[in-house]
Design a protein around this ligand. Sequence first.
Ligand SMILES: [Zn+2]
Length: 253
Amino acid sequence: MSKIKIVSIVFLLFIFSLGIGFTGLNSNSIQADELKNKQVKLAEEIIKSIKFQKEIQNELETIKNKQQGNPDDLNIDLTLEKTFQKTLENLQIQLLKDKMEFQLVNQQLLSVGQTAALPYLGDGSYVWPVDGYFNVSQGYSGRHKGVDINTLGAHPSVFAVQTGIVTKAMDEGDGFGNKVVIYHGENKYTLYAHLDTIKAKVGQYIDEGTVLGTVGNTGNSDGDHLHIQLTFSGDVENNTINPWDYIKSAEKK
Ligand SMILES: [Zn+2]
């Protein structure tokens, strides 16, 4: 091959790669919108599936109780039980796929600095955020924008109080120390501060009760405790509401 041919091929390849670059640039916002739509649809699908899953689990529970009450009358219930169990299995496989795809789309969006406005991912109930410790050492006030749960020097697991996606998982030098922020959809967010270790990743899909890290004493803190903040208006660092009103009746794991 002559030198000129090689040079022109390299040149064409160069132009081609520029072309791709430019196309990518121009369609970035369109692509982000598509990803956002996709993520919202997946979120809706996941919410529906989780609801359906709970309904089937309730039905199965009812059947089990009936069987225990009257062990001789099993004929109809057994068929029904099998159908429900098969449906549940299929649903759980689909749910797992949807969650993984949701997470992937979320990470793609985050990589271009975008977040979709998601529907509320929770079910209205809360999980208690600290494993095995229930003592509130400082309540919510104008000067204290969250609630402190004291762990007496121990480093138990910190749980996500509701389902959502991780939007922050680092120490930003703002006094919160190691912090995790979770977006639950609509404008609902929770923030978990002063963590010893962080076990969540930005972009991750988080079921309620998932371990986010461990209680610690990082940032502006004078002893091991979890500081948790809650907002329904988008700004979980500044514009918060009292989390105690919601977590006081939380399910304790
Ligand atoms: Zn605090």
